[in-house]
Write a protein that binds this ligand. Structure first.
Ligand SMILES: [Zn+2]
Length: 361
């Protein structure tokens, strides 16, 4: 049988198509795909070159070859188009994978934790709000008037010497500005009594400053104070509130006791203790004496309290014949130390990450 020239050209065309399909299967990116396109159907591509051989065909063979050529070229173009879409889809998925998912928590980055003092402040705030107290704050730089005078601590009162105080220059550098870094949160009580009418139920908490600096004292520490002013308020209300507070805070029933003491802004004054919530117990629930917190006494000293001195009420334009009040205060840092079994006060303020990392969020 006579073999026609067009058979050879068509065979070459099919062979190029097969070579193209094999090469296409290896292509994975747009650049390689473009190169393939140029290599086969570009102006000087191997498939395009075969078209040039059409001129050598007999006129009757040209039509069959032309149809075969167009068929192959269309098939190659369709394959290129399909591959192009597949590469774009893969690229988009890869890009999506590379973008940060902003809704996902980044578990690789180091995150801070809540400082034990802040954590304790929040716990205290939560408990006192539940007990019906407003949480209020005041300035850290105070007038002596609010920090001392209106708290029944006049200029010559020995209590001012007890509280070694940081005095602060005035805005223009005045050394007689009568400004101090507040030595307690009590001036917030004064500001509240001057600004509100009874009934008053507030707790003030925050940073206070004294010149103490030894292993058990820091020049900067944190205090919380509570104040209640109303008609017929008594020590019994104070003790009940402290009892409710420690029970809610430590989530167990704990006794509270008051011991007579002196603070110039209360009369009578007391120190208050709570039953130790940390004592180990035997199998029958009886407390064992070897407690590292209370040293076997079964009591933990918390702070000071008492009935608001009539002179303090008068200094805040509240008539002590009509209203009475009580107040208490204690250290937040000490509470944080008790809760987290921290043995050294300085650890709270050194900013040592190795210590703070032990309190994950
Ligand atoms: Zn104990």
């Amino acid at each position: 049988m006579l073999r026609r020239v067009s058979d050879d050209v068509t065979e070459a065309l099919r062979a190029e198509q097969q070579r193209f399909e094999a090469a296409l299967a290896e292509v994975n990116d747009a650049d390689a795909l473009y190169e393939l396109q140029v290599q086969f159907i570009g102006k000087k591509g191997s498939v395009s070159k075969l078209r040039g051989r059409m001129g050598k065909l007999a006129p009757e063979e040209r039509k069959a070859f032309g149809m075969a050529f167009n068929e192959v070229k269309k098939a190659i173009e369709a394959s290129l188009e399909g591959k192009h879409r597949a590469i774009k889809t893969l690229q988009r998925e890869a890009d999506l994978g590379r973008f940060e998912d902003l809704t996902m928590a980044d578990t690789m980055s180091p995150v801070g934790s809540i400082h034990p003092v802040t954590r304790t402040r929040r716990q205290l705030s939560r408990v006192f709000r539940k007990l019906g107290f407003d949480v209020v704050d005041g300035p850290h730089v105070e007038h002596e008037l609010y920090n001392f005078d209106k708290l029944n601590i006049p200029a010559d009162h020995p209590a001012r010497d007890m509280q070694d105080t940081f005095f602060v220059n005035g805005p223009a550098g005045e050394t007689d500005s009568n400004l101090v870094l507040r030595t307690h949160t009590s001036p917030v009580q004064i500001r509240t009594m001057l600004g509100r009418k009874p009934p008053i139920r507030i707790v003030a908490m925050g940073t206070v400053f004294r010149k103490d600096d030894d292993p058990t004292h820091s020049p900067m520490f944190h205090q919380i104070e509570g104040l209640c002013v109303d008609e017929h308020v008594t020590m019994a209300d104070l003790k009940t509130t402290l009892y409710r507070f420690v029970g809610a805070f430590f989530e167990t029933d704990l006794k509270v006791r008051l011991r007579p003491s002196f603070f110039p802004f209360v009369e009578p004054g007391a120190e208050f203790d709570m039953e130790c919530p940390f004592c180990p117990k035997d199998d029958a629930g009886a407390k064992l004496p070897d407690c590292g917190v209370c040293k076997g006494s079964q009591w933990v000293e918390l702070g000071g309290a008492g009935m608001v001195h009539p002179k303090v009420l008068q200094a805040c334009d509240i008539d002590p014949q009509e209203h009475s009040g009580w107040a208490f205060g204690f250290g937040i840092d000490r509470m944080a130390m008790l809760l987290h079994e921290i043995t050294k006060l300085g650890l709270l303020f050194d900013g040592d990450a190795r210590f703070l990392e032990q309190f994950p969020c």
